[in-house]
Write a protein that binds this ligand. Structure first.
Ligand code: HEC
Length: 317
């Protein structure tokens, strides 16, 4: 028995060493591929992942997956009944056992959905897993995002954002003046989507005017905290929000499908406070750096009015 245990741990040791080699080699590759575009395979993988996530979102809301008219979203809308803070595998109370994400998807397929489990090679299982992992869990686990990507926006090329986005220096105290008249009213459905959750839909009135977009000249650093304050001119009521996304993405509202986190500053409920400043709670970057999109929005349909935006940016070193 003793010998067997020994061989087993040697085997595991070998796998760990082999795994380290693989990771090391893998991370070296994209930068070494000479004349070829080092970003192409990355973006193909990204595209495949994006398409899986989209399929996953569709399946998540598809009641034809079940035999009883329910969809995953019937019980899990806005993250209900989901523990998105602990990575899988973990104990799920309903089952009272430690399970993987795939096992949990199939437990829900067979019990609450009264359907056949999805086969291990079924791409619908991959899609549901991808959607769950990237769209739902990522929001609560910013530390699990992809590592730094050399193919993200480069400074000088407007950092990869469209011209609608004005760049601010990534410095504490950086300030800039703007006007709501430079933006436009936008659809607000994205904001209370459970994979973004900037503010509840009941607060949309605070964001119903023009939106003006900002970002940083470089992504928010790992180990940093960012808050954004906006001071409007007298008589103008504004709100502000900011979200973190991976440094390879440059999505702006309303075409934003998922964010690592989003924070908003606005006058809660229907109180209006023209002329007063609003500030977002802190956007914290723990282990990774993120692209940040900042939106200044007019409240109560406001489309005109000057404001000043100020960053409070604390970096560890
Ligand atoms: C009839 C309601 C219902 C439906 C429909 C349903 N679930 Fe669940 N699901 C639950 C409940 C209840 C839990 C358990 C929560 C607990 O015990 O912590 C759960 C747990 C989960 C978990 C684990 C959450 C955790 O704690 O980590 C996942 C993942 C999950 N469901 C995915 C799905 C997927 C995917 C579908 C659709 C294929 C689906 N569920 C359909 C009710 C439902």
């Amino acid at each position: 028995m003793r010998k067997k245990g020994m061989r087993f741990s040697l085997g595991v040791g070998f796998l760990v060493v082999a795994g380290l080699f693989f990771v090391w080699e893998g991370s070296g590759l994209p930068l070494q591929s000479g004349g070829m575009n080092p970003c192409s395979s990355y973006s193909e993988e990204r595209e495949e992942m994006d398409s899986l996530i989209e399929q996953g979102e569709t399946l998540w809301k598809d009641s034809s997956l079940s035999t009883n008219g329910l969809a995953c979203n019937s019980c899990h809308a806005h993250g209900a009944n989901l523990n998105t803070t602990v990575p899988f595998p973990h104990n799920v109370e309903m089952h009272n056992r430690i399970v993987t994400l795939d096992q949990m998807i199939n437990i829900c397929m067979t019990i609450p959905m009264s359907a056949e489990p999805l086969g291990w090679a079924d791409s619908r299982l991959t899609a549901l897993n991808a959607y769950y992992t990237y769209a739902l869990e990522q929001r609560a686990m910013p530390g699990e995002e992809e590592s730094a990507n050399p193919c993200g926006g480069m400074p000088g090329s407007h950092a990869g954002w469209t011209d609608q986005v004005t760049l601010l220096p990534a410095k504490d105290g950086a300030t800039l003046s703007g006007n709501l008249s430079h933006g436009a009213r936008i659809d607000l459905d994205w904001a209370d989507n459970s994979s973004i959750a900037c503010w509840p839909g009941t607060e949309n009135e605070n964001f119903s005017g023009s939106h003006v977009f900002y970002s940083l000249e470089v992504p928010q650093e790992a180990h940093s905290t960012l808050t954004v304050a906006v001071q409007p001119e007298a008589g103008v009521d504004v709100s502000v929000y900011a979200y973190q996304i991976g440094i390879e993405s440059h999505d702006i509202p309303p075409s934003i499908f998922r964010a690592v986190s989003c924070e908003a500053g606005y006058d809660y409920k229907t109180d209006s406070n023209p002329g007063q400043s609003e500030e977002t709670p802190a956007l914290v970057a723990i282990r990774n750096s993120y692209n940040v999109l900042i939106g200044v929005a007019g409240a109560n349909g406001e489309v005109n009015g000057a404001f000043t935006i100020t960053l409070h940016y604390e970096t560890k070193d």
